[in-house]
Ligand binder design. Structure first.
Ligand SMILES: [Zn+2]
Ligand SMILES: [Zn+2]
Length: 215
């Protein structure tokens, strides 16, 4: 099991990175990314601390901690600049907080994030076919969300991604201990959204390959 989008109390999550990692280690995870919410105010605060936590904890844990960031409610015109800055600071996974239907995320965020070359476009809401196509061309993962509210459009994302052949991930977007997905629940999120068994197996291989790439 791998999850590439979770929150610690460096933003609005409930857990310290060490406890988050321990909780998913007990669930048998191979890897987890902590991707706390950030804008210009805290990017340089969060990333170095997650890198330090990963450096220390990865020496002792079965689960690999990947330091990441979720660029959240960034004006579309600023997303490219902050994506570059996040990478310069050492974020190994850059998630963009996409156009979920349950928050007033600025229109154009999905497109700007894809053009900026983030790694994962999270909860992209009613993403357009053109944007799914561009994500495919750029090798950017679209997320099926395990989080209430964000998950409402998983069926839409699955349908377009399957038609176009775009990459998908399943992430919990966990904020609290009860939010982490088991392997069984992750499968339910994907298959329940209409993904075929074979495409789901491919999704798990793609996620594993991504973790290998950033090792
Ligand atoms: Zn988000
Ligand atoms: Zn999130």
């Amino acid at each position: 099991m791998i999850d590439l989008h979770t929150h610690s109390f460096f933003s609005d999550g409930e857990l310290l990175p060490a406890e988050l990692l321990r909780r998913v280690e007990v669930l048998g995870y191979a890897a987890v990314a902590i991707t706390d919410h950030a804008d210009s105010s805290n990017l340089d605060f969060i990333i170095p601390r997650l890198i330090q936590a990963a450096k220390d904890l990865n020496r002792y844990c079965q689960t690999r901690l990947i330091p990441g960031i979720e660029l959240t409610h960034i004006p579309p015109g600023l997303i490219n600049e902050l994506t570059k800055k996040a990478r310069e600071l050492g974020a190994r996974i850059v998630v963009a907080h996409g156009e979920t239907v349950v928050e007033p995320v600025a229109p154009g965020t999905n497109r700007a994030a894809i053009e900026a070359g983030v790694d994962i476009l999270a909860h992209p809401g009613f993403i357009s076919r053109e944007d799914v196509q561009l994500a495919k061309e750029k090798g950017i993962f679209l997320e099926l969300s395990g989080r209430r509210g964000h998950s409402l459009t998983n069926g839409h994302v699955t349908k377009l991604a399957a038609e176009v052949g775009a990459l998908l991930v399943v992430n919990a977007d966990a904020h609290a201990p009860g939010d982490f997905l088991t392997l069984q629940m992750a499968e339910t999120v994907a298959l329940g959204a209409g993904l075929s068994r074979s495409r789901y197996d491919q999704l798990r291989r793609d996620m594993a390959a991504m973790v290998e790439r950033i090792r």
